[in-house]
Write a protein that binds this ligand. Structure first.
Ligand SMILES: Cc1cc2nc3c(=O)[nH]c(=O)nc-3n(C[C@H](O)[C@H](O)[C@H](O)COP(=O)(O)OP(=O)(O)OC[C@H]3O[C@@H](n4cnc5c(N)ncnc54)[C@H](O)[C@@H]3O)c2cc1C
Length: 383
């Protein structure tokens, strides 16, 4: 058993940490104020090999694996969770195309995503009334001459207005999971339009938009995977995506821990250490234990995925534990930092707002628990 990162993985951690500290951290607050991630930021991320981290070199990826990917997401989220989610969703889109796409689809989209020619890739599954229960989605894809016509409404789509390529799930058959098929829709397709970005509580630099598909015509070649396989494909993608969200939560939690640590050290220097005392140290220790345990869960899920072994339960465990631990860590940091942390533009209050959604997207905590419980009932706990 090997618990250390390899030399190559460590190099990615260090280079991403440098990039995050120099290119992201100084301007995170400005991006949040502007509710915008500039094009150059995503280009810098791509040029650092962070779009397509787990993608073959043949397609322009870094081919660095899933552990390196998780570590990179954590480093980016430590500096700017909104950028981290944009990077993570775009990696997920690239991986879906790599895993299920035709040769032509891979040639058309993967190098452009990896090089940063595209701002991002979007994942359009959720709909009004079909969030956790994605199998009930109602967007329709009707066969028409040499292609399909897509009509329906998508909701909560990360950077759906800025992405050059959008993966859209639509119903080609009857009700339920088996009637769903996946399609690639390009930016500018006639009938595809994005609504105004939602006014969210956190990760505000990342746009989250409704997408409307009004008789969007796509060729047959735009179908991603086989007809009726769309739901299966979404679940495979979300399993991997959960490793990314867990790593994102951890980045936020680790930043909160460092804020708390700096505050306690400042108090100690000011001679108030004894006052801050043992209770504060215990709180800091609990944060450290939980975040470290969460990181081990993330590493295990990533390691399994990298070896192409089943990892669905492990990814759900990593996501539910990391997102809940990170939210507890942020709240504890706010308690330790005191009233200064409650000012609207303080970093601690931004972390509180940015962290909450990690318990919601790519499957809520309840959905993760359902995934875990079903698997435990099937196979027990120990493997
Ligand atoms: C910032 C942001 C970005 C997002 N980006 C994307 C994106 O890029 N692409 C995309 O497709 N979607 C995206 N989403 C949507 C996200 O995945 C959904 O919000 C999420 O799946 C939950 O769905 P819902 O909001 O409809 O909640 P609901 O499904 O209505 O759930 C409401 C509550 O009921 C609980 N619940 C639901 N079903 C069950 C059950 N069976 N058992 C127990 N409890 C249950 C949930 O846990 C939750 O607490 C994004 C959401 C946010 C907030």
């Amino acid at each position: 058993m090997q618990l250390e990162l390899s030399g190559a993985q460590q190099t990615i951690v260090e280079s991403t940490r440098r990039l995050a500290a120099t290119t992201l951290a100084p301007t995170t607050a400005a991006r949040a104020r502007a509710h915008e991630i500039p094009r150059e930021v995503m280009l810098a991320i791509a040029r650092a090999g962070l779009i397509g981290v787990n993608l073959d070199k043949k397609w322009g990826g870094a081919q660095a694996g899933v552990v390196a990917y998780a570590a990179a997401v954590r480093e980016l989220a430590y500096a700017d969770p909104a950028v981290a989610v944009t990077m993570a969703v775009t990696n997920m889109v690239a991986e879906v195309i790599a895993a299920f796409g035709s040769e032509e689809q891979k040639i058309s989209y993967l190098p452009k995503l990896a090089r940063g020619d595209f701002f991002a890739g979007a994942f359009a599954l959720s709909e009004p009334g079909a969030g956790s229960d994605a199998a009930s989605l109602t967007t329709r894809a009707v066969p028409d001459r040499d292609g399909f016509v897509l009509s329906g409404e998508k909701l909560w789509i990360s950077h759906g207005d800025q992405s050059d390529v959008v993966i859209v799930w639509a119903r080609t058959g009857g009700p339920g999971a088996k009637g769903i098929t996946c399609f690639i829709v390009e930016k500018g397709a006639q009938g595809l339009s994005a609504g105004k970005p939602e006014e969210k509580m956190g990760i505000v630099a990342s746009h989250t938009v409704p997408l409307s598909l009004d008789q969007v015509r796509v060729p047959k070649a735009a179908r991603l995977g086989a007809e009726g396989d769309g739901f299966k494909l979404a679940m495979v993608a979300l399993d991997g995506g959960r490793i990314g969200v867990a790593a994102q939560a951890l980045g936020i939690g680790c930043r909160a821990l460092d804020l708390a640590k700096a505050r306690l050290q400042a108090l100690e220097r000011a001679g108030a250490g004894a006052g801050a005392g043992q209770a504060a140290q215990f709180a800091l220790a609990d944060m450290a234990v939980e975040l470290d345990a969460a990181w081990l869960l993330v590493l295990r899920a990533a390691w399994l995925k990298e070896r192409k072994r089943p990892f669905s339960r492990e990814a759900a465990m990593a996501k539910v534990f990391a997102s809940e631990a990170a939210n507890r860590a942020v709240r504890a940091a706010i308690d330790l930092c005191g009233t200064g942390a409650l000012v609207g533009d303080s970093e601690a209050s931004r972390l509180l707002r940015d962290c909450r959604v990690t318990q919601i997207y790519e499957g809520t905590s309840e959905v993760q628990r359902l995934v875990i419980a079903r698997d435990v009932l099937r196979q027990g706990v120990l493997s």
